[in-house]
Write a protein that binds this ligand. Sequence first.
Ligand code: SAM
Length: 274
Amino acid sequence: MGAMNPNKALWEKGDFTRIAATMRESGEELVATLAIEPGMKVLDVGCGDGTTALPAAKRGAEVLGVDIASNLVEAGNRRAREMGLTNCRFQEGDASDLRALADQSFDLVMSIFGAMFAPKPQEVAKEMVRVTKRGGRIVMGNWIPGDPTLVAQILKISSAYTPPPPEGFVSPMMWGIESHVIERFSGAGIAPANIRFDRETFTFRSSNSPAAIVDDFRKFYGPTMNAFEAAAKSGRAEALQGELEALFKSHNQSGSDTRTTIPATFLRVTVAMP
Ligand SMILES: C[S@@+](CC[C@H](N)C(=O)[O-])C[C@H]1O[C@@H](n2cnc3c(N)ncnc32)[C@H](O)[C@@H]1O
């Protein structure tokens, strides 16, 4: 199936654990705001190697992480084992088709920069609603298109080096626009009054330089790997590298050229299940 599902192939192509290493602290901080209590049943969709799933388990929740990439599922299970967390497990699955999971089985369904990357956004909304208990919550973290901060700017730069997407392609970034989010959850039976939006900051942190982080994106982040492959075909890989390095450097707020602290704005979506 791997080779036939481009969505899965994209995320298995690299090694997102290398990028996630810069996201651990902000992941913990975000989870701290979710009012997670011991015994709560939590689903993390598009969980990667557990940046938010593991902190939720540390707070005593019963956590299931679902991700389409088998290498990240494996990495998540390894990290849970290493941390001695028996209340957190990871399994392969697709945000747009969570058939392995029963209706209304989670108190909290979270997806931090995860489900936004699945095709068929309408199905994603329906599936997240289906598996959430009445009175439960869905919390999504979504990047915002056209935003001046890091992630939207990486996309903007990269897209200038890649062929236009096929007709009918729906950008994952549409999950960062409130009207689209409302439309998608409305299609899943959720009234707009039950959806709340907040703009928040997620900070990428590393003890390495901004240029070293760009290297990690180039070598390990599927979408950026593809941008570099496309750029190389037109002899522009070094131009892309230069633009990304300038971007990362200009956003670095660490006060040092050898360490990285880059804040980025995201849209937090909270759905209160009636
Ligand atoms: C940017 S990463 C974020 C990972 C993690 N939530 C974090 O914050 O570190 C996006 C994740 O979504 C996963 N993903 C992409 N499409 C998916 C889909 N259709 N179903 C489930 N997971 C998916 C990728 O494999 C990847 O782990």
